[in-house]
Write a new protein. Sequence first.
Length: 94
Amino acid sequence: MALIQRETAKIILVHGNAILLCHAAGEPIWHLPGGGIEAGESPESALRRELREEVGLSLAWASPVTTLDASWQPFGQLQDTVHEHMHLFCGQLT
């Protein structure tokens, strides 16, 4: 059983009465847009980079809301556990 440590930056983007979620191809999982923070990268810089890479979007602004710690098992890999330290933002697209 592997323990995987991840530090991430994610965002809640609301438009009207809808929230933007991303869907992992081939998996029945929906998640907030964002992703991993690389060495030397700030959480906001990582968030902006991941939004460009994942969904081709850019932010007008982003504001930190909170940090969360969660542990979960990846879909199809129940022998592994991911511990995620998440920096959660709210913001608006350009």
